[in-house]
Design a protein around this ligand. Structure first.
Ligand code: GRF
Length: 213
């Protein structure tokens, strides 16, 4: 049984998608803990609904970033996870954290990396006039929003889109690709080949939502 810890900061829609997939597919995995840096995170209710214990580590109650980082690493290590999943975790992880969980740390980013790293990806995509946007699941390395890409999903950008409508559409594809990437990991199907992630036996690593006219 692989042990998984999920880190969240907010609404927890990816957390829900992962927990639903786990229920549906009976993965050989145990989601042992959700850790959040925000005591008010809506995702805490999602974890409760699925009976997953939650650790709250309010970053504001620490006197320094270093102290919070050290505690986050200690708390996460204590669960001895095979995989740590970032699902809308809005803190930059320390180098120690990234090193310790190297190859066992996954993130979903709401853009087609390497386009639009960082925040506000949907408004940036609209401002650039791109016609495709999407989401990326990747292993986390030291640089932000860089790291071996596991899966990507595209969605169209429609002329009338706002940040809200586009982000909703991107979320739909996130909820497909993140559980899928996780399932590959659980089944030991992810292989790193010179910095590129391959699924073995081979499977499509790109996804698309139906295009609405
Ligand atoms: C998602 O858009 C994800 O791509 C980004 O943060 C957001 C989290 O949403 N990293 P949720 O908390 O999973 O609903």
């Amino acid at each position: 049984m692989k042990k998984i810890v999920i880190l969240i900061s907010g609404r927890g829609s990816n957390l829900r998608a992962i927990l639903q997939a786990q229920r549906l597919k009976a993965w050989q995995a145990d989601i042992v803990q959700v850790i959040t840096n925000r005591p008010q995170a809506v995702g805490i209710e999602v974890a409760n609904e699925f009976g997953i214990p939650v650790t709250i580590l309010d970053h504001q109650s620490f006197i320094s970033r270093q102290e919070f980082d050290a505690e986050l690493l200690k708390k996460t290590q204590a669960f001895n996870p095979d995989l740590v999943i970032l699902a809308g975790f809005m803190r930059i992880l320390s180098a120690d954290f990234v090193n310790f969980f190297n190859g066992r740390l996954m993130n979903v980013h709401p853009s087609l990396l390497p386009s639009f790293p960082g925040l506000k990806t949907h408004s940036a995509a609209i401002a650039m006039g791109v016609k495709w946007h999407g989401a990326t699941v990747h292993f986390v390395t030291h640089a932000m929003d860089v790291g071996p890409i596991i899966a990507q999903g595209v969605v169209p950008v429609l002329p009338e889109d706002t940040e809200e409508t586009l982000s909703q559409r991107v979320l739909e594809i996130e909820h497909i690709i993140y559980p899928q990437a996780l399932e590959w990991f659980i089944r030991d199907q992810l292989h790193l080949d010179q910095g590129n992630v391959r699924v073995v036996p081979a499977q499509q690593q790109f996804f698309q939502l139906p295009i609405t006219p």
